[in-house]
Write a protein that binds this ligand. Structure first.
Ligand SMILES: [Zn+2]
Length: 243
């Protein structure tokens, strides 16, 4: 809508981009009669809003914006990465699998629609398309097969009873435990090393004993899982796995 107004108002016509460090950043020009000076603001979507005060002009506003392009550049650096859309996985992309970096590889000559990585083979319909959905489904299936039996093993070892285990597609957590005794695990645990998986399994199991993060709870976890600090550190370093 803004482009439209700018193009119609001949005297104020300007290109509605600001060049910042060689990049073209969309620029929205807004008149505000209550504004007392020119204002520049970076919007969360990475575009820039220029406010023109009463008696100001778009031309002067543009000069103001251009003088402050370096400031915009610095603000852009601080902005979280856009867009939010997850990155594509393609033939040759490296992913984490059981804590190791493995490469997604199409078989020679397209080998009947197979992608291989870390000893796994996944059927795909199109090598050239985003492989992520198919690979993630496969990882989820693996997690659902491998993790619940280990939860039960640990539960038996520590004489605790679990009512239900689900392996889910959470976005913000590795696992959780409900008062009713349900343990939910994130399928992405299959991307982490076994000692990290163990830590999360033990952490959730110990919530069956202590439904909080009190020092008593942590004592129980540490006793059952001597590696828990290293595991916590690994998870912090790889927090982008959840994004
Ligand atoms: Zn917890």
């Amino acid at each position: 809508m803004f482009d439209f107004i700018l193009k119609r108002n001949k005297p104020d016509a300007v290109e509605n981009f600001l060049t910042v460090r060689g990049r073209q950043i969309p620029l929205a020009v807004i008149r505000n009669h209550r504004a007392r000076r020119y204002l520049l603001r970076l919007r969360p979507d990475g575009s820039v809003r220029l406010t023109i005060p009463r008696r100001g002009s778009v031309i002067e506003g543009r000069w103001f914006a251009e003088r402050n392009a370096e400031w915009v550049g610095r603000q852009l650096e601080k902005l979280p990465a856009h867009p939010v859309k997850p990155k594509q996985w393609l033939d040759g992309t490296e992913i984490l699998f059981r804590g190791e970096t493995v490469k997604l590889e199409a078989g020679e000559n397209g080998e009947s629609g197979l992608i291989r990585f870390g000893g796994e083979a996944v059927k795909v319909t199109d090598h050239g398309a985003d492989l992520r959905p198919a690979i993630e489904r496969h990882l989820w299936r693996l997690a659902a097969k491998e993790l619940p039996p280990r939860v039960l093993e640990y539960a038996t070892l520590h004489q605790l009873s679990v009512r239900r285990i689900s392996v889910r597609n959470q976005r913000s957590r590795w696992g959780s435990c409900s008062r009713r005794g349900t343990i939910s695990l994130n399928w992405r645990l299959i991307q982490t090393p076994v000692f990290v998986q163990d830590y999360i399994l033990i952490h959730e199991i110990m919530h069956l004993r202590e439904m909080n993060h009190s020092s008593r709870f942590w004592r129980e976890v540490e006793r059952a899982c001597p590696d828990c600090e290293t595991a916590e550190r690994w998870l912090k370093q790889h927090s982008s796995l959840l994004k």
